[in-house]
Design a protein around this ligand. Structure first.
Ligand SMILES: CC(C)(COP(=O)(O)OP(=O)(O)OC[C@H]1O[C@@H](n2cnc3c(N)ncnc32)[C@H](O)[C@@H]1OP(=O)(O)O)[C@@H](O)C(=O)NCCC(=O)NCCS
Length: 141
């Protein structure tokens, strides 16, 4: 992700998230971010931070017009491929009601390892976050 991508990324985020990240949050995460491009158009992005053997997906989205075509799956595979070689665990948090994302994460070998009660704001109150993790193979190039 580059500075020139930010306007499109923020636009996708507004379509995708009930509590969208600000431009500033993306600016501060540029070094940890990548965009998903199809036919010259940015259609998704990921923000993944890693420290020593642990990595965390802080944000990931595919534009609604492009969802359900396997692009989120491709993006997650690429995120894993791009992790530093020392990474052995990948973590994320997801809204308990975000069934599509949870299905995708389960499909990608994440398992639920915990929950945070009332972690996210919703239109009607609050909802839990599920904490999910997966192992990452060592010995990657
Ligand atoms: C979660 C998210 C990134 C998934 O992206 P996506 O591109 O829709 O993901 P995929 O298409 O790879 O997989 C999603 C669905 O498509 C199906 N699929 C996968 N490959 C497919 C293909 N080639 N053709 C058709 N469908 C396919 C998957 O089985 C899955 O189906 P299901 O939801 O019915 O179980 C996307 O829904 C999104 O941006 N959501 C809003 C933001 C968000 O919730 N981010 C996660 C925060 S934790």
């Amino acid at each position: 992700m580059e500075i020139a991508d930010l306007e499109q990324v923020v636009g996708i985020e507004k379509h995708c998230s009930p509590s969208p990240w600000s431009l500033k949050q993306f600016q501060q995460s540029l070094d940890d971010s990548m965009v998903l491009v199809t036919a010259g158009t940015i259609v998704g992005f990921s923000v993944v931070d890693s420290i020593l053997s642990e990595a965390e997906i802080h944000n990931v989205a595919v534009h609604p017009d492009y969802q359900g075509q396997g692009l989120g799956s491709l993006l997650l595979d690429h995120v894993v491929d791009c992790l530093p070689p020392a990474t052995t665990k990948l973590h994320l948090e997801v809204r308990a009601s975000n069934f599509r994302a949870i299905r995708l994460y389960l499909h990608k070998n994440f398992i639920q390892v915990g929950e945070r009660r009332d972690y996210y704001k919703t239109e009607y109150g609050r909802e839990d976050a599920l904490l999910m993790s997966r192992s990452v193979c060592t010995g990657r190039e």
